[in-house]
Design a protein around this ligand. Structure first.
Ligand code: MSP
Length: 514
């Protein structure tokens, strides 16, 4: 029986170029959360996709001598390849160029027009093409786009407008009544003051380019790319179509995850569209920090991007995922550097976890011919290890519920550290010298093996390739019930008599210059 449903989404990325490690961060974090929810018994749905319309895409295609469709098909194939290499296990990938999406967007636009929330007016404004955003004169910074700092163009057009202003009061009430709606709290405060400074009606159509979804009743206009894009979260569930069973099952979303750059669109425009359409609002809009380089925020236009495929090739997917998820504290920015990545691999993965596995298994082979023995004599030091192991799953779950992935990993690593300390404290090599200590030695070995099982189950959502490799060494690769979250409710699941077998190093040390 599922504990409930859990629907999590990533932003749908622009195929204006290949994705970099910053995009990988968001998607890998969402993947780890989705895997965690699945593991802990939720009926989970994980959506990602691509945001393929707009002038910028049209221009990118043109500059390469391709049609927009040819161009996006190629770039989006690259997205899917990257997610596969990163072990991202999404349930659905929505493309805004798919008919199943376009139909829903057009229907919502029509509905809002029919009920008078969308109206036509003439408009003159400053437009930032890279950000696809209109800016009021008063919000410009030094005459440039306040988001990206690039020059804006003066545009005058007949456009359709969405009565955002009408919903500002209701939106504020919702934010007040649901403190968890916008996270972290710093983003929430920003959004509240943004709304309080006055919501203007939003220009929701363009006539300056064609690459988009046409306004159904006035096809020389295309629908504003953010209205188009945001709707992916419900079009992918079949909202308003003949088969809306997924929508009924999974909406409202539990988490829309994204970088802080686009929280504003998700916590203002999106909820107002939903309110106007009479659809429930998502539970949480979560904006994480940016992954920065010494040279500033990674961006395609700055040309300072780090390609995740290169890193996966060099260090392996689990190591990259671990680094990303461990390094960025929830909500704040973090710096990417290859040195820090190598240090994490050598310390946390090779030294702490890898060594714990290899020396535990090696000792079991040496002292008990590789067979798991029933524990004999207990001492108080065992209790400390066992208690910590038994408390850790609940602590991880609590941190994951607060989207604190780095915190969850550090709690698991506290157990790794405790188990390593247990080896030092119990000194099995000394026990092995005294035949009278055989029972005590068996206990120590058992507790180590069982700790490895606990640790591995908990790391699985973060490092999906790891479990199979550890299970092979622990001799339980055909016992899925021992990899289940519920099996961590009590100590002693690992059966006596199991045959362990040393395998290759899980995380070989990376040689550094020093
Ligand atoms: N297409 C829109 C999103 C529409 S969602 C309805 C878009 N696409 S994007 O390709 O520009 O991706 C933006 C997202 O990528 C950010 O919100 C964030 O999740 C991720 N990141 C891009 N660069 C990043 C960093 N340097 N660091 C962390 N996240 C980064 O905006």
């Amino acid at each position: 029986m599922a504990r409930g449903t859990f629907y999590i989404t990533t932003p749908i990325y622009y195929p204006s170029d290949n994705l970099h490690i910053g995009h990988a961060y968001t998607t890998v974090a969402a993947d780890a959360l989705a895997r965690f929810k699945k593991l802990t018994g939720y009926d989970t749905r994980f959506l990602t996709g691509s945001d393929e319309h707009g002038q910028k895409i049209e221009r990118s295609a043109k500059s390469r001598g391709q049609t927009p469709q040819e161009y996006v098909d190629k770039v989006v194939a690259g997205f899917k390849h990257l997610w596969k290499q990163l072990e991202v296990d999404y349930d659905d990938f929505i493309r805004t160029t798919e008919p199943r999406h376009q139909e829903v967007v057009a229907a919502i636009f029509q509905k809002l027009y029919d009920q008078g929330d969308i109206y036509k007016a003439s408009y003159e404004g400053r437009y930032c093409t890279p950000c696809e955003a209109f800016w009021a004169e008063s919000r410009l910074s030094g005459g440039n786009c306040p988001d990206c700092g690039r020059p804006v163009e003066l545009l005058r057009e007949e456009s359709y407008f969405f009565r955002m202003s009408k919903y500002a009061g209701r939106l504020l009430e919702h934010i007040e009544a649901h403190p968890e709606f916008i996270q972290p709290v710093s983003r929430r405060n920003e959004m509240v003051s943004f709304i309080k400074s006055g919501l203007e009606d939003l220009c929701v159509s363009r006539t300056t380019f064609n690459w988009g979804i046409s306004v159904p009743f006035d096809p020389k206009h295309v629908i504003y790319v953010w209205v188009d894009a945001l709707t992916n979260y419900i079009s992918a569930l079949g909202y308003g179509t003949g088969d809306d069973s997924l929508f009924k099952r999974y909406w409202p979303a539990n988490v829309h995850l994204m970088g802080k750059d686009i929280v504003r669109f998700h916590s203002i425009i999106w909820p107002v569209i939903l309110m106007a359409a009479g659809i429930e609002l998502p539970e949480r809009v979560v904006g994480h920090g940016w992954l920065l380089l010494e040279s500033g925020k990674m961006s395609k236009s700055k040309g300072n991007v780090v390609d995740p495929l290169v890193l996966i090739d060099k260090y392996g997917v689990d190591a990259i995922r671990y680094y990303l998820l461990r390094e960025l504290p929830f909500g704040s920015d973090g710096y990417y550097s290859e040195d820090a990545l190598v240090e994490r691999i050598n310390k946390d993965l090779a030294n702490d976890l890898g060594n714990l596995v290899s020396r535990s298994i090696a000792m079991m082979e040496k002292y008990f011919q590789g067979t798991v023995q029933p524990p004999g004599i207990h001492e108080s030091v065992d209790r400390e290890l066992i208690d910590l192991a038994l408390q850790t799953p609940a602590a991880v779950e609590e941190l994951m519920d607060h989207m604190d992935l780095a915190g969850a990993l550090s709690v698991v690593w506290r157990l790794v550290g405790r188990a390593n300390k247990y080896v030092d404290e119990t000194a099995p090599w000394r026990l092995a010298k005294d035949p009278a200590q055989k029972g005590r030695l068996a206990t120590v070995m058992y507790n180590l093996a069982e700790s490895l099982r606990f640790i591995t189950v908990m790391t699985a959502p973060f490092m999906p390739m790891l479990p199979a490799r550890v299970w092979a060494q622990l001799g339980i690769e055909d016992r899925p019930e021992l990899a289940a979250w519920e099996s961590l409710a009590s100590w002693g699941g690992l059966p006596y008599g199991t045959a362990v077998k040393r395998g290759p190093a899980l995380f070989p040390r990376i040689q550094t210059a020093k």
